[in-house]
Design a protein around this ligand. Structure first.
Ligand SMILES: CC1=C(CCC(=O)O)c2cc3nc(cc4[nH]c(cc5[nH]c(cc1n2)c(C)c5CCC(=O)O)c(CCC(=O)O)c4C)C(CCC(=O)O)=C3C
Ligand SMILES: [Fe+2]
Length: 379
């Protein structure tokens, strides 16, 4: 049997790159990390101080890197389980291991065609295009160094892939079980995701098939509906649900998606809801937005209100998610080889596009080149 890289079922791809946000791993790293994240993003100083405080509460350590190491391990196992020799690399946008360094390593190994898995499941500037812009920036650095440039493609959005949604259904059911029995049947479901500026939400694409509010909100609503339906069939109880937001930053006069989870918990309490389960569908792992904004801040709000809440786990390194990534890689590789491949998706939106259009999910007023796909005229 040949395990010649690039010749197997993943051809034409010869490497997979796990691309993530990155986070600090000690108190000295918090400020430089925040400087990396916020460079040129116009975030008020006050907000930065507050976010720094969230990290210091946890010893300056974000959980995200450890979670990505676990995911990396799960992905390698998912491929080797089926005898597929596809090297998997890891790079971050905002902290070590940095994307540019990982891309250097990838070119040193001679890989020429790489597929990117971003730890962000939905469309939007922050969740997709910014990852692609950072890829373009890093490739530009490599080009300036005179290195051979790999061709880079990005996996389609996997928000509605069964391997992403099914673990969240189980997690929502498990969280319900954590609630006191007397309030369980009446518990509401609060699906949460990262708030983004409404202008960014409206511009999230593609426009076709997503209505006026943009793809970001439509994709989350679709996932929430699937999970709510599955929870209803599993428990025999039809519970009210709502999509709400968290982790808002930016200047107060700029409109962001609402309501905030804490305001929503107040609203639930005053309308007589007996309990709630928070399901963080917008996040791939239990990183700082989950640990602080939900498990610390929203949990304190609920305690203050006397509202019983439980929080569902995110997908993390669930083997079903790792298997879904393997499927997505094989699917895309097949498509690139001209085969017709099965494209799994739950909900009503159908499988997402493979290739973002050049103007997809723009940063308002700030057109910048983005890799995967290569823009017209670019390398
Ligand atoms: C949609 C979205 C996701 C989900 C998709 C994805 O996962 O990519 C996400 C993830 C994350 N966001 C993270 C951290 C931060 N995000 C910030 C700022 C911002 N996020 C935004 C959006 C999103 N962010 C936006 C519109 C801003 C405003 C500034 C700007 O437009 O750029 C700031 C600056 C301070 C603040 O303002 O909060 C920090 C520190 C971490 C790491 C957590 C850890 O360390 O465990 C993760 C996974
Ligand atoms: Fe963020």
């Amino acid at each position: 049997m040949s395990d010649h890289i690039g010749a197997g079922p993943c051809a034409p791809y010869d490497a997979l790159l796990l691309l993530s946000f990155g986070g600090p791993e000690g108190p000295d790293e918090v400020v430089p990390f925040l400087e990396n994240v916020t460079r040129g993003r116009g975030i008020p100083r006050e907000r930065l101080k507050e976010v720094g405080h969230h990290y210091f509460l946890f010893g300056g350590v974000s959980p995200i890197n450890a979670q990505n190491r676990e995911l990396l391990q799960a992905l390698r196992e998912a491929f080797s389980e089926q005898g597929i020799a596809l090297p998997v690399y890891w790079g971050n946008r905002n902290w070590a291991p940095y994307l540019t360094d990982t891309l250097r390593e990838i070119t040193d190994k001679g890989h020429q065609r790489i597929l990117v898995l971003a730890t962000s499941a939905y469309a939007s500037y922050s969740g997709c295009r910014q990852y692609r812009e950072n890829l373009a920036d890093s490739l530009a650095v490599l080009e300036a160094e005179g290195r051979p440039l790999p061709r880079v493609d990005k996996l389609r959005h996997y928000f509605n892939h069964p391997g992403f949604v099914e673990p969240m259904i189980d997690a929502a059911l498990a969280a319900l079980e954590e609630l006191p029995e007397g309030v369980r049947d009446g518990a509401h479901l609060a699906f949460t995701t990262h708030s983004i500026p409404t202008a960014a939400a409206d511009a999230s694409g593609p426009a076709e098939g997503h209505g006026d509010g943009g793809a970001y909100v439509a994709q989350h609503l679709d996932v929430a509906q699937v999970i709510a339906d599955a929870v209803r069939s599993a428990t025999g109880t039809d519970r009210p649900w709502k999509l709400v937001y968290q982790s808002r930053s930016g200047a107060p006069h700029i409109p962001w998606l609402e309501p905030d989870i804490c305001d929503h918990l107040e609203e639930l309490h005053s309308s007589g809801a007996p309990a709630a389960v928070m399901v963080p569908i917008g996040f791939v792992s239990d990183h700082m937005e989950v640990k602080y904004d939900l498990d610390t801040e929203a949990a304190a709000k609920a305690a203050e209100l006397g509202l019983p809440v439980a929080r569902a786990a995110t997908v993390g390194a669930d083997p079903r998610f790792a298997a879904a990534v393997r499927e997505l890689v094989l699917e895309r590789a097949g498509t690139e080889r001209g085969r017709i491949t099965e494209r799994c998706a739950l909900g009503s939106l159908g499988p997402s596009h493979d290739v973002c259009q050049a103007d997809c999910c723009p940063a308002p007023g700030n057109p910048r080149p983005a890799a995967a796909p290569y823009e017209q005229g670019a390398r």
